[in-house]
Design a protein. Structure first.
Length: 130
């Protein structure tokens, strides 16, 4: 028969009695910070080196480059302000629907507002709207 072991007297049983050493945790955190700062400094230096190398090794710009004017690309172009373009289109459409204008002057065809056209249609049918 086995005798029960008392955790108070047997150090191999129970929980750990030591705490975490915070010096090790702080040291690891400081190491990570130093690594990040050193990496940033090395990348910044490498960028400066590459910019300097490009300035030194690239051929000079053409003397004609200053005389080139900025030109617009040929049609059709991409929209610069699609929201403004849509607003302008809708304003033109509303102006056409709500205003008077000629469709074909030689044939005598005109454009009238929708509300006025509906009034004329109701009057023409005898005042009874369906």
């Amino acid at each position: 028969m086995q005798h029960p072991v008392d955790p108070q007297t047997d150090p191999s049983l129970g929980h750990e009695l030591r705490d975490v050493r915070f010096g090790s945790v702080y040291g690891a955190a400081a190491g990570v910070v130093v690594l990040v700062v050193v990496s940033f400094a090395l990348m910044w230096g490498m960028l400066k080196l590459l910019v300097w190398r490009e300035d030194v090794m690239s051929p000079p710009a053409s003397p004609l480059a200053q005389s080139y004017a900025r030109r617009e690309p040929p049609e059709p172009r991409l929209q610069i302000d699609p929201i403004g373009d849509l607003a302008a289109l809708r304003a033109r459409e509303v102006a056409q629907l709500a205003g008077y204008g000629w469709v074909d002057r030689q044939a005598g065809v005109v454009r009238i507002p929708i509300d006025r056209a509906m009034e004329l249609l109701v009057a023409r049918r005898g005042g009874a709207a369906r």
